[in-house]
Design a protein around this ligand. Structure first.
Ligand code: ADP
Ligand code: ADP
Ligand code: ZN
Length: 213
């Protein structure tokens, strides 16, 4: 099963992608997580990506495509995957379609988690990310057992630099101009699924499972 998560920053793509990955036994591939791991390890890729990410801009397509095509060659992708944060532009979506077509494959579901901009700023301000394992929490909607500490690995939780309100506004603009057109792209491909992302996390997941089966 090959699944794409669509939606604004903070819509809940990562939260739901992790649950999908666990239930359907496919890897969760987050390009944002891969970039952040590269930044943490100070790789060349990380250094290139950081300047764009800090501003809330997209990393250039060529860098993203190299990384993702390489990731697809790993063994765990044999039965599919759930992509979180990729594709984010029409050229990325076209490159993915072309790569799949070459093997007689296609995207099975593009799940669009719909959340209005008004809700996003609050979501992002409350998001906390683990510096150790990348787990995500929310101070109001999904609080850790101990404030500031990851339930899963015990490491520190932080507010991502790009989740500060000034950067979130720019990321929303970038989303509307560059990523939102993918909704049409996948609708035309006949694989789009719209989900109301303003519901609580369990209800959002239940709606997704209804569609995936
Ligand atoms: P969120 O899940 O909050 O939308 P991500 O973790 O997916 O954020 O992405 C963080 C940042 O990483 C983006 O703002 C962008 O700079 C970069 N990034 C991640 N995936 C892509 C992609 N497919 N194309 C371009 N830039 C990307
Ligand atoms: P994305 O990957 O789309 O950027 P996340 O899954 O990281 O979004 O979610 C953004 C923030 O909102 C996180 O703090 C998360 O815990 C919280 N969140 C996710 N889904 C919901 C929901 N349905 N209701 C309330 N908060 C949510
Ligand atoms: Zn952790």
């Amino acid at each position: 099963m090959k699944i794409i998560m669509l939606g604004a920053p903070g819509a809940g793509k990562g939260t739901q992608a992790k649950r999908i990955a666990a239930k359907y036994n496919v890897p969760h591939i987050s390009t944002g997580d891969i970039f952040r791991a590269n930044i943490k390890n100070n790789t060349e890729l990380g250094q290139k990506a950081k300047a764009f990410m800090d501003k809330g801009e997209l990393v250039p397509d060529s860098l993203v495509l190299d990384l993702i095509m390489d990731r697809f060659t790993e063994d765990d992708c044999k039965n599919g995957y759930v992509l979180d944060g990729f594709p984010r532009t029409i050229p990325q979506a076209e490159a993915l379609s072309d790569a799949l077509k070459a093997n007689g494959e296609k995207v099975d579901f593009a799940i669009n988690i719909d959340v209005p901009d008004e809700n996003i700023i609050n979501r992002m301000g409350g998001r906390r990310a683990c510096v150790g394992c990348g787990a995500t929490y929310h101070i109001q909607f999904n609080a850790p057992k101990v404030e500031g500490v990851c339930d899963a690995c015990g490491e520190k939780l932080i507010l991502r630099d790009d989740d500060k309100p000034e950067t979130v506004k720019n990321r929303l603009n970038v989303y509307h101009t560059q990523t939102q057109p993918l909704i049409d792209f996948y609708e035309k491909a006949g694989v789009l699924v719209n989900i109301d992302g303003t519901q609580d996390m369990d209800k959002v997941f239940a709606d997704i499972v209804k569609v995936l089966g």
